[in-house]
Design a protein around this ligand. Structure first.
Ligand code: ADP
Ligand code: MG
Ligand code: MG
Length: 875
């Protein structure tokens, strides 16, 4: 086995073996850039190291020795030779760059003898001792494990003693004093002298790099970022070049384009007479890179040329480290630079325009999840935040408003035009009207798929969930953070993209789709074959969806319309009706309201399909809470309250109890409501068709799709379809207007999936309701899973992802694929889509593309993300 590669033996493609840093050093070497020579010990060696119980693999050391000999020869320097010591850096280099791994050691090879030689031969003792003190500190810290803070103070004291401000004002003698103290610290902390043998120094450093792969910080980082534990790290050993030899020297970092805006302009900083990390460490204030053009014009020229060359070579924006030694440029690192979403888009689009990459590549470069930040109002990145608590980033975007603790109050204040943040332990379907009215939602309990999170994302409203640091004290109308009380009415700001909660109003910036973003989406539309629709329950949402490029509505939930404060009592009347007549009265009141709802949405989506789902949720969501009612009844009794009111409440409680269900999710809901109370679905169908007829007669082209939820059997659908058709005929007759519509169903329980080919005979379209399909296929109730056991499944890696967030391809996905194949066999043209949260999640969208769905439907704010993800799936 070969464990060690010189830079000239490697290539960029060998990242897995050489790590990111090593592979790119090799690539730069091979395209002829000035890179100090060196070699890379492979990740393979690191893996063997662990297999053998933290021992170097057999043969590695002799290979290293060989390469050291080679370095000595080409540089005409020798490890430990006082007349010309070889000095190297030892740099860790994981495949994926990872903070928490061992830091770099520079100037390795120095000792009490070589430093004297270096000082003499260079005629620059200040520099030589500066290098040595850096080396002792870095090696002491990262290899010998002497805590950082032990070394701190010494340098400050020395500067203080000399009355100078900056490190570079200290003299050789000063550094010698510092060195003596550093060595004493090492002696005290480790019980040993600072190691003097350069070869031993080298192996100790290599050992430390391998070891750092499994330090706590690295392990935690990998866990959070889902990086495999078996990748291992490489080690790079590289000849030193020096930016700290004088004023014709320096070190710096640069991005080939601006990483926050994407503007194509060299962006970076450098420091003269400095080494390594001085630039980032903030020892002195660095100069902007443009200044280099004045200070060292030749080097600057060479540097800009190199940057262009690297960009053209990698065809991506580069993040570069360089050092200038006596007016000579050396390249020390390059990698694809990290960037904001905004910059990512601009860079990708401009690189297409410059002919560097093609559209497909540009599309592939953008992480759809990152776009989220651009589609919402966000906190001005320039302001310093005073964060009082942090929860889960449940729904992106930022908002501020006065704290309110009840949905009713939120609605009331909202109607008066006040900005409010709804704060509570959690939210329930009863709170919808308050959530609609609030600018944002903050809960102390519940996870990323809790009610508050799901609903907020659907509405595109900022939400911070599970913020356990806040304690809600409903009694005193306040919440507590530590012992600070924040009262109702006080203004707070929340950032649903980070989970942060701040006091007061924080300055925010509005989202805007830049021209590059629009260009990119246009290309995405050319490439994708999957349609993207939106879930929208109001004309405003529909309009927004259209603005963001939705090709229709994939789900309009009628229940949200029933939750509005002015309608809920009528809906309750309808549910609690003693007989058909009573129910008919309530329905008659609801009909015109629903007609207006549908009129607005269909009009906003004119010429595009709108899928309207008939009433679906468990009825208890519309009814008063039995416990609260009992409490009120008890109170009325105790206070000898109004007898009439008491009687009414008791009657109501009896009815609520009689409607209560053991398992409402599997209870009287979905098309079962239509089967038991056909008049309800008939009313809704009538509202859809009357709105349609009106719009058609006004000259609009509308395409309503009437959707029957929770079907398990073709006969259910046949029965309800007939009902809908009959209403349609009646409306056509009454209005004299002819119109087109389709009828279809959701596939959201396994039986429907299994019998989909039969069910297809009664449908023009299917829509996978993957929220319910996931619940019923796994037999997990979503709310219970989130709160109680899901994290155990994820921690123990029994499930790789939360199936309510990322579609479970293996189980639910298999059922979907099977369904699509069977249905297409009997009815090739049946329209098939997906609604539910997965429709906006990139990996799930990819799956939908793969199994041949016609469209995905997601919340309006996720439409651009879905357009991009659909294009990525297609390339
Ligand atoms: P990190 O991954 O933390 O950036 P690096 O290994 O890139 O660590 O190195 C830390 C600093 O030391 C960087 O500024 C780098 O440019 C500098 N450095 C690394 N190796 C050398 C070398 N052989 N000569 C001069 N400077 C070096
Ligand atoms: Mg670096
Ligand atoms: Mg459902």
């Amino acid at each position: 086995k070969k464990y060690v590669y010189t830079f000239s033996e490697g290539r960029a493609e060998m990242k897995g073996l050489l790590g990111g840093k090593g592979a790119n050093l090799a690539e730069m070497t091979n395209i002829g850039l000035p890179v100090p020579p060196g070699f890379t010990i492979t990740t393979e060696a690191c893996k063997e190291f662990y297999k053998a119980g933290r021992k170097f693999p057999e043969g590695m050391e002799s290979e290293v020795q060989e390469k050291v000999d080679w370095l000595e020869q080409i540089l005409d320097k020798k490890f430990g030779d006082p007349n010309g010591p070889l000095l190297v850096s030892v740099r860790s280099g994981a495949v994926i760059s990872m903070p928490g791994m061992m830091d770099t050691v520079l100037n390795l090879g120095l000792n009490d003898q070589t430093v004297i030689g270096l000082a003499a031969s260079s005629g620059n003792p200040r520099w030589a001792y500066d290098c040595y003190r850096r080396f002792i500190q870095m090696f002491g810290n990262v290899v010998l494990d002497v805590e950082h803070h032990r070394f701190e103070g010494v340098l400050e004291d020395q500067k203080h003693k000399r009355g100078v401000q900056y490190d570079n004002q200290l003299t050789a003698e000063d550094w010698q004093e510092v060195i003596d103290q550093y060595k004493a610290i090492v002696r005290r902390e480790t019980g040993k002298e600072f190691p003097q043998d350069p070869v031993q120094q080298l192996y100790q450093a290599i050992f430390a790099v391998f070891n750092s792969w499994e330090n706590d910080r690295a392990i935690v980082y990998r866990k959070i970022h889902k990086i495999s534990d078996d990748l291992g790290t490489a080690v790079n050993v590289q000849a030193m070049v020096f930016g700290n030899m004088g004023d014709d020297c320096g070190t710096g970092v640069a991005f080939t384009r601006n990483p926050s805006t994407g503007e194509s302009i060299l962006y970076g900083e450098y420091l003269t007479n400095a080494q390594g990390e001085d630039v980032v460490a903030g020892i002195r204030t660095p100069q902007p890179i443009a200044k280099l053009a004045e200070e060292m014009p030749d080097v600057y020229q060479q540097f800009t040329r190199t940057c262009t060359l690297l960009e053209n070579h990698y065809k991506d924006m580069q993040d570069i480290e360089f050092t200038i030694e006596r007016n000579k440029l050396w390249m020390l690192q390059t990698r694809n630079g990290k960037r904001t979403a905004q910059a990512a888009i601009r860079i990708a689009v401009e690189m297409v325009e410059e002919g560097l990459i093609d559209k497909e590549k540009a599309i592939g470069r953008i992480d759809p999840a990152q776009l989220d930040q651009l589609l919402h109002r966000r906190i001005d990145p320039g302001v310093k935040l005073d964060v009082i608590a942090k929860g889960l980033p449940a729904s992106p975007g930022s908002a501020f408003g006065a704290v309110v603790f009840s949905a009713d109050l939120a609605e009331k204040l909202g109607e008066q035009g006040q900005k409010v943040i709804l704060v509570g332990t959690e939210t329930t379907p009863d709170d919808i009207h308050g959530m609609v009215a609030a600018q944002g939602i903050l809960t102390s309990r519940g996870g990323m798929t809790s009610h508050a999170a799901v609903v907020a994302r659907g509405m595109g409203k900022p939400c911070v969930c599970g913020c356990e640091a806040i304690k809600i004290d409903y009694e005193n109308e306040q919440f507590l953070v530590g012992n600070q009380g924040i009262k109702a009415g006080e203004v707070i700001s929340i950032d649903g993209s980070t989970g942060q909660v701040m006091l007061g109003e924080v300055s925010m910036i509005e989202p805007e789709l830049s021209k590059e973003f629009l260009q990119l989406l246009e290309w995405a539309d050319e490439i994708r074959t999957l349609d993207v629709r939106a879930n929208a329950d109001t004309p405003e949402d529909a309009a927004r969806a259209r603005e963001f490029g939705a090709g229709g509505i994939g789900l309009t939930r009628t229940e949200h319309m029933f939750m509005a404060q002015d309608r809920l009592p009528i809906v309750q009347e309808m549910i609690l009706a003693a007989d058909l007549e009573e129910r008919a009265e309530a329905l008659a009141k609801l009909l015109p309201m629903q007609e207006e709802d549908f009129y607005g949405i269909l009009k906003a989506m004119e010429s595009l399909p709108v899928c309207i789902r008939l009433l679906d949720p468990p009825l208890h969501e519309f009814l008063p809470n039995a416990e609260e009612l009992s409490v009120e009844i008890a109170r009325l009794k105790l206070t000898n309250g109004d007898a009439g009111e008491l009687k009414a409440k008791e009657e109501l409680l009896r009815k609520v109890r009689s409607l209560s269900e053991f398992n409402p999710m599997l209870g009287h809901r979905g098309c079962r409501l239509g089967i038991t109370w056909p008049e309800v679905y008939a009313m809704q169908a009538r509202a859809v068709f009357q709105a349609t007829a009106r719009l058609v007669s006004e000259g609009y082209r509308v395409e309503p799709e009437v959707e029957i939820p929770l079907v398990i059997e073709v006969k259910e659908l046949a029965y309800l379809r007939q009902l809908v058709e009959q209403v349609a005929e009646e409306v056509k007759e009454a209005t004299g207007v002819d119109f087109h519509y389709t009828v279809g169903t959701m596939i959201e329980v396994p039986r429907a999936a299994l019998l989909a080919d039969e069910i297809a005979s009664q449908a023009e379209f299917f829509s996978f309701g993957t929220n319910d399909l996931t619940q019923t296929t796994l037999g997990f109730s979503r709310d219970d899973a989130e709160g109680k056991f899901m994290h155990h499944y994820l921690d123990k890696k029994i499930l790789a992802e939360n199936p309510f967030v990322v579609l479970d391809r293996k189980g639910v996905g298999k059922l979907m694929q099977w369904t699509v194949e069977n249905v297409r066999r009997v009815k090739p043209n049946l329209l098939i889509g997906i609604c539910g949260e997965h429709g906006g999640e990139p990996s799930s969208i990819e799956f939908c593309h793969l199994i041949g769905l016609d469209y995905v439907s997601c919340s309006p704010y996720r439409v651009p993300i879905a357009r991009l993800a659909a294009a990525q799936a297609a390339v």
